[in-house]
Design a binder for this molecule. Structure first.
Ligand SMILES: Cc1cc2nc3c(=O)[nH]c(=O)nc-3n(C[C@H](O)[C@H](O)[C@H](O)COP(=O)(O)OP(=O)(O)OC[C@H]3O[C@@H](n4cnc5c(N)ncnc54)[C@H](O)[C@@H]3O)c2cc1C
Length: 361
């Protein structure tokens, strides 16, 4: 298939169409930048991270995402410290209520909204990227028809999530804290048994913490978070994290039994906190998880992806000479990461003292 004849010339080439990439594209086009947004994997498979902090609601509405994709959650039912549940209602709480969303649909809606606002959106894979003078020259192969697009950009935005594919390609190292992973199991309760508007449930066992969330379309996602090392010491593999947790969490086991839940899919993810050693440089910026990735215990990953994207778009609009602003951007993100590490330690201590000892600092 011959390449498209003319290269696409833009101000910012965004790699990754998750909330950070799409959020950047939306804000940057609003600020008058020409943006190309490239998503490699598309939105056909389930994505984790369905319970979202209420502060993201207003942002999503401003970005043009249909309100129907966000379903209010009544609150959080926690089983920290063993089996005694405690319910924190969002009603009357200090901030807007948290909500649940089918993440693949929400991410797809953000990507589509970026296209509607004027970003050029491409589903495809990067084949080559190199800096020539002050410009980046990139080659992307479109998924739909295998055609090659040539792109020239002044700025590259790494929004590829924890893998930070672009940063990796230019040699930026990553700092990782601990060895936490998450095993996500998507389950379908028997028809009619799941109550609408059920709270987010979280709990801690000796070896793991878990969450049970409404994932949309009558599905639930059950996520078990554990340290690889601690699990190995307990003689279990990652795949065994779920049965081990169910043995240690009688309330969860009983709830799934009552729901007649059937497993429809499962995937494991690395979820330890990590950050790029550098988050901004000459002609590039990192946003969202590519810059700083939090432990999901914070429940803030989605919101932080949108926030960093917004800041980065404003920085991009300030032009290539804004090196002092770039340093401020990187410092602010580094501070957020440090704060997250402190709060994370407190959250684990609240969940279960034994579990707190399994997170490496
Ligand atoms: C198990 C789990 C549970 C979580 N739970 C929550 C939660 O309850 N609440 C919450 O707020 N957050 C949660 N998070 C975190 C949240 O999902 C992330 O922080 C958020 O999605 C980060 O957004 P992002 O756009 O930076 O990265 P991502 O969402 O990872 O998006 C990256 C995008 O880049 C694409 N991509 C990757 N490589 C390339 C490439 N080379 N070229 C082009 N595109 C590429 C990917 O397909 C993807 O679309 C959870 C995360 C995990 C793993």
């Amino acid at each position: 298939m011959p390449p498209e004849s003319e290269p696409i010339v833009c101000d910012a080439l965004v790699l990754g169409g998750g909330p950070a990439g799409a959020g950047f594209a939306l804000r940057a086009t609003e600020l008058g930048l020409r943006v190309v947004l490239v998503e490699r994997h598309g939105y056909d498979t389930a994505r984790p991270g369905e319970h979202i902090a209420g502060s993201a609601r207003a942002r999503l509405a401003a970005l043009g995402v249909p309100a129907g994709l966000c379903r209010f959650s009544p609150g959080v039912l926690s089983f920290w410290h063993g089996a005694v549940p405690s319910f924190r209602s969002y009603a009357g709480g200090p901030g807007p209520p948290g909500f649940n969303a089918d993440r693949a649909r929400l991410d797809a809606a953000l990507f589509a909204a970026a296209g509607l606002r004027g970003a050029r959106t491409i589903l495809g894979a990067m084949e080559h990227i190199a800096q020539q003078g002050t410009q980046w020259h990139a080659v992307v192969r479109r998924t739909a028809d295998a055609r090659v697009c040539r792109i020239r950009a002044m700025l590259v935005i790494d929004a590829t999530g924890r893998r930070a594919a672009f940063l990796h390609s230019i040699g930026v190292a990553r700092c990782r804290i601990g060895d936490q992973f998450a095993l996500v199991t998507w389950i379908a309760p028997s028809p009619g048994l799941m109550e609408a508007g059920s709270p987010l449930m979280i709990g801690a066992t000796r070896d793991s913490w878990w969450s049970l969330t409404d994932a949309g379309d009558g599905m639930l996602s059950l996520t078990v978070h554990a340290s690889r090392g601690a699990l190995r010491a307990a003689g279990a593999t990652i795949a065994e994290a779920l049965p081990l947790t169910l043995r240690q969490a009688p309330y969860l086991r009983e709830r799934l039994r009552r729901l007649g839940a059937q497993i429809v899919g499962q995937a494991a993810y690395a979820v330890f906190p990590s950050r790029a050693e550098a988050m901004a440089g000459e002609g590039w910026l990192a946003v969202g998880d590519a810059a700083i990735a939090f432990d999901p215990i914070s429940g803030l990953g989605f919101t932080k992806a949108l926030e960093t994207a917004e800041r980065a778009a404003e920085l991009a609009a300030a032009g290539p000479g804004a090196s002092a602003l770039r340093a401020l951007y990187a410092d602010a993100l580094a501070d957020q990461f440090e704060t997250h590490l402190r709060r994370r330690a407190d959250a684990y201590a609240e969940a279960n003292d034994a579990l707190a000892r399994t997170i490496a600092a």
